[in-house]
Write a protein that binds this ligand. Structure first.
Ligand code: SF4
Length: 428
């Protein structure tokens, strides 16, 4: 144990637990949603969805309209003629992509994003990217075209990020240097805070994947340690491992304990001494605990039910149970990637009910039977549950808001306390 009373060891084995697996109707957004935060992060990238008007409406309403800047996402709409195979969708897509790149010289990475309609008509976007790269390379070698799937046929919306990053892995340059790579799209403010903590710890060099510019690809090699900051990038992590990188296991940096163990994992791998780690991290832990204290007083003993949505459920359940003393009625997740969440899974109470996938009606029956104080769920379920008297938290807000690290621990706790406070105020 360290002087904070926390075990120092990090679980490296996949946690063994019994999990209720369900298949049936599910209520999640598709991977196109991840364009909302990916396009904000990669400032020189454009996301061209190849889809229907429905896809265009989804991305437009999720990401909002950019009034003062040229948008960096759009939809090449497949019409009835494309869907019926009456038009050459490949020629049309090439024309649109090349016109876009000619008009927007600021674009360095063009993502062709597949959708349900493009996959149903088997439009081969990998071939399209290959074709466009071959045409562009002689004239504009600084532009790259990459394809990935954002379709609703995938498990859930955060898989869009995993698919986008995995598609970039083959392009990463090789390095033989010893370095740490932080994997997962983080708001710039969090990235800056993390850099400062790594600097103080003496951990470095540190790269972030994705970087702020899609064209600035971090290198990877046999002496690269990868520390995941988001639990939904499992396919990318495995692709990086196949390029020689070594994944580090740690709980995710949510709250004081999660952040402590996450930074500890990096520092320990970097050979930093225990005393120095403690001298840097202990004040940050104490500050985070102070920021969380008022919310713990309100949340302790309250029961929370996670419906499957973002794949953040297991790490957040660990945070709520261990750092805010909440009770877990059920932790549902769309897909339980044990390699990615084993360290958090090991820290959950042994008796907690964990479910993977969704059979919506059965799960709603369990919510009604459990009568939790707070239900964390997707947007589509929040209003119907509120109408039945349940208090809800939109899980997508936890992806859009900066929630990682010591400095955000209080804000993260507040996100869970706010709906309960609103309910108390309405009842008064
Ligand atoms: S990709 Fe599929 S699920 Fe997503 S908006 Fe388009 S049609 Fe709907």
């Amino acid at each position: 144990m360290n002087d904070l009373g926390l075990p120092r060891t990090i679980a490296l084995r996949p946690a063994e637990r019994s999990v209720l697996r369900e298949r049936g109707q599910r209520e999640v957004f598709c991977g196109l949603t991840s364009i909302v935060w990916l396009h904000r992060k990669m400032q020189d990238a454009f996301f061209l969805v190849v889809g229907s008007r429905t896809c265009a409406h989804l991305i437009q309403s999720a990401a909002g309209v950019m009034i003062f800047a040229e948008p960096r996402f759009g939809t090449a709409i497949l019409t009835d003629r494309d869907l019926a195979g009456l038009a050459d969708a490949n020629a049309e897509l090439d024309r649109i992509a090349l016109a876009l790149l000619a008009r927007r010289p600021d674009i360095r990475t063009l993502f062709l994003v597949g959708s349900c309609p493009s996959e149903v008509i088997k439009l081969d976007l990998a071939k399209a990217a290959e074709r466009l790269n071959a045409r562009l390379l002689p004239n504009v070698p600084s532009v790259r075209v990459i394809n990935y799937s954002g379709s609703g046929i995938e498990t859930t919306f955060t898989q869009g990020e995993d698919n986008a990053l995995k598609a970039m892995v083959p392009l990463l340059p090789v390095t033989e240097a010893r370095q740490l790579m932080v994997l997962g799209c983080l708001p710039d403010i969090v990235e800056d805070q993390f850099k400062r903590v790594f600097d103080k710890l003496g951990v470095g060099p540190v790269t972030f994947f994705p970087a702020r510019r899609g064209s600035e690809l971090p290198a990877v090699g046999p002496k690269t340690w990868v520390l995941a900051a988001q639990p939904f990038n499992g396919e990318t992590l495995r692709a990086l491992a196949s390029r020689g990188a070594t994944p580090l296991a740690a709980p995710y940096p949510f709250g004081a304990e999660g952040s402590l163990r996450w930074f500890e994992a990096a520092a320990t791998a970097g050979g930093i001494g225990r005393d120095h780690i403690d001298s840097v991290l202990t004040p940050l832990v104490e500050r985070a605990r102070t920021a969380m204290a008022r919310y713990r007083a309100r949340l302790a003993g309250k029961r929370v039910f996670f419906m499957p949505d973002s794949q953040l459920e297991v790490p957040l359940a660990r945070f709520l149970s261990r750092e805010l003393d909440m009770a877990l009625a059920e932790v549902g997740t769309p897909y339980l990637d044990r390699q990615m969440v084993s360290a958090d899974l090991d820290l959950l109470p042994t008796e907690v009910a964990i479910s993977e996938g969704q059979h919506l009606d059965r799960q709603l029956d369990r919510v009604r039977a459990a009568r939790p104080d707070l239900t964390v769920c997707g947007l589509g379920l929040a209003n119907p549950l509120e109408a039945e008297g349940f208090t809800t938290k939109w899980s997508i807000e936890l992806v859009f808001t900066p929630v990682h690290g010591f400095d955000q621990a209080g804000d993260l706790a507040e996100l869970f306390a706010r709906p309960l406070e609103r309910k108390t105020r309405l009842a008064a």
